[in-house]
Write a protein of this length. Structure first.
Length: 251
């Protein structure tokens, strides 16, 4: 959709342009977090550029681990100026810079590996392990402190508890897919209970809110790749992640 200065969007147009579901936009409206600044003569919502910036702030704060119920207080307490949005943009820019640095490291590593092969030098397992480590999505989403936190929690749980948690997680996936197939509303008590159990299980491994948010972002943005090692299709996992996110927003 081409943007023009002073443009307004209907709820459907805003959802299509941003990837935020209509249901989530309606929920934000119902709790007073994001209300359309304009209305048509017929009473239909029209979102403005200012509303679009607030939506960005909401989603950015959510991705940084701020609970939905606290986001309004954060935004409304900022005075509505450009400062908070600028701060969020700077934080996201720093994340992108870190990721760009990792991509540069990966490019250099692969380049050196290609040079060794071109000169008929043996490329051993260690070389490929290094490449794989730097390709890891895990490093793209979790900070060093968060990775340390995950490792420590896994060690504290022990292998038996980790295996048990995996089995419970598989059961939650099956339940979530059943809800998706049955058309269970994300705002229903059944869906919210699934999210509660899902997040409770995740809390065994993800202690801080930042680590939880990073794990959700990794799943939401890479469900297709991650599903290749699972007994469910990419489409199923994508639908499940969307269902959980909508239920979480509704909670």
């Amino acid at each position: 959709m081409e943007y023009q200065k002073g443009a307004c969007w209907s709820v459907g147009e805003l959802a299509a342009a941003t990837g935020v579901t209509v249901r989530a936009l309606h929920h934000y409206d119902s709790i007073g977090l994001l209300r359309a600044s304009g209305r048509t003569p017929a009473g239909h919502r029209r979102y403005t550029e200012q509303d679009l910036q607030r939506l960005y702030s909401i989603r950015a704060l959510r991705s940084l681990g701020v609970p939905l119920g606290d986001i309004g207080t954060v935004l409304d307490g900022s005075g509505g100026g450009p400062g908070p949005v600028k701060d969020l943009l700077l934080r996201q820019l720093e994340v992108l810079r870190v990721q760009a640095g990792r991509l540069e490291e990966l490019q250099q590593t692969i380049g050196r590996l290609l040079e060794r092969i071109d000169h008929q030098q043996e490329a051993g397992p260690t070389d490929f392990i290094t490449v794989l480590e730097r390709m890891s999505m895990f490093e793209d989403y979790f900070t060093e402190d968060q990775r340390r936190e995950l490792d420590e929690r896994r060690a504290q749980l022990g292998p038996d508890a980790v295996d048990e948690s995996r089995a419970q997680w598989a059961g939650l996936v099956q339940e979530g897919l059943r809800q998706v197939d049955a058309g269970v509303q994300a705002t229903s008590a059944e869906a919210r209970e699934l999210v509660r159990r899902w997040d409770e299980l995740g809390s065994r491994f993800h202690g801080s809110e930042g680590t939880k948010a990073a794990a959700r972002a990794m799943w939401a943005e890479n469900s297709a790749e991650l599903s290749r090692a699972l007994p469910w299709t990419a489409q199923q996992m994508h639908a499940l992640v969307a269902h959980l996110e909508q239920a979480r927003d509704a909670g």
